[in-house]
Design a binder for this molecule. Structure first.
Ligand SMILES: C[S@@+](CC[C@H](N)C(=O)[O-])C[C@H]1O[C@@H](n2cnc3c(N)ncnc32)[C@H](O)[C@@H]1O
Length: 219
C-alpha cells in the first residue's frame, strides 16, 4: 500500500479548502447556525459545510430532476440539492422527525425552493418501497440510520436510471470503520462498504471527504 500524495487535513488546510469552495448563502448559513443553536446535542448530524457545494455540483453534473434524500434532519443538504435543481425538479426528503424537519421547511421556503421538496415523514424504507419500481431517480443522498443503509441501497439501485448517482455519507464513521470488532453503526457501515464494493450494477468510489462519502454510478 502506498499513500501517494495524500495530504493530511490540518485545521488550517480545512479552512483553506472552505475558503476556496463556493460559500454558503445566507439561508444555508442561517440554517447551520440555527441548528447548532437550537439543537446542540444533535447538530453534529448535519452534513459538513463543504458537502453542500459538493451535493449541488453532483445534482447539476447529472442534470438531475428526480432526487431522493434518505435522512433530512434540519434540511441543510436538502436545501443545497433543491437549489441546484431546475425549477421543475423534485426532491423527495425522507425523515421520521417532524420536529427537526420543520427547521428545514422554514429554510426551504425562505430560499424559494419549498415547491421542489416533498417531505415524507415515515420510515424511509416505507417511503422508498412506495416509489415507482422503474428506473427514474437521477440522484440519491443516503444519510439516515446506518443499520438500514444496505436495505436503502437495495431499494434505490433498481430505481436509479443508468448514469444516476448515489452519494452515501459517513462511510468512514468517524474512523471506527476500520475496527473489525465494531458493533452497531460502525459495523453496519463496514457491511455496507463491503456490499457496495461487490455490487456489479454500480461503479463506486469511496472518497475521504468529511466523514467519508461514497459515490456510486449506475452502470
Ligand atoms: C445524519 S441525519 C441527516 C442529516 C441531513 N442530511 C443534513 O445534512 O442535515 C439523519 C436523519 O435520519 C433520520 N432517520 C433516522 N432513522 C430514520 C428512518 N428509519 N427513516 C427515515 N429517517 C430516519 C433522523 O431523524 C435524522 O434526521
Amino acid at each position: 500500500m502506498t499513500k501517494g500524495n495524500s495530504t493530511k487535513i490540518t485545521d488550517e488546510l480545512y479552512a483553506y479548502m472552505l475558503a476556496h469552495n463556493p460559500p454558503l448563502d445566507a439561508v444555508q448559513r442561517e440554517l447551520v447556525e440555527t441548528t447548532y443553536a437550537r439543537l446542540p446535542d444533535h447538530a453534529g448530524m448535519q452534513s459538513a459545510e463543504e458537502q453542500a457545494p459538493i451535493l449541488a455540483f453532483l445534482v447539476r453534473l447529472v442534470n438531475a430532476r428526480h432526487v431522493v434524500e434518505v435522512g433530512t434532519f434540519t434540511g441543510f443538504s436538502a436545501l443545497a440539492m433543491a437549489q441546484a435543481l431546475p425549477a421543475d425538479g423534485k426532491l423527495i426528503a425522507c425523515d421520521v422527525s417532524e420536529e427537526w424537519t420543520a427547521y428545514g421547511e422554514e429554510a426551504w421556503a425562505k430560499a424559494g425552493v419549498a415547491d421542489r421538496i416533498e417531505l415524507r415523514i415515515a420510515p424511509a424504507l416505507d417511503t422508498l418501497r412506495a416509489m415507482p419500481a422503474e428506473p427514474h431517480i437521477d440522484f440519491a443522498y443516503l444519510d439516515a440510520d446506518k443499520d438500514n443503509y444496505i436495505a436503502y441501497w437495495e431499494e434505490l439501485v433498481p430505481r436509479l436510471r443508468p448514469g444516476g448517482l448515489i452519494a452515501a455519507d459517513n462511510v468512514l464513521f468517524h474512523g471506527r470503520v476500520v475496527d473489525p470488532g465494531a458493533t452497531g453503526a460502525p459495523a453496519a457501515i463496514r457491511a455496507f462498504n463491503e456490499h457496495v464494493v461487490a455490487d456489479e450494477r454500480m461503479d463506486s468510489v469511496l472518497l475521504t471527504v468529511a466523514d467519508g462519502l461514497t459515490l456510486s454510478r449506475r452502470r
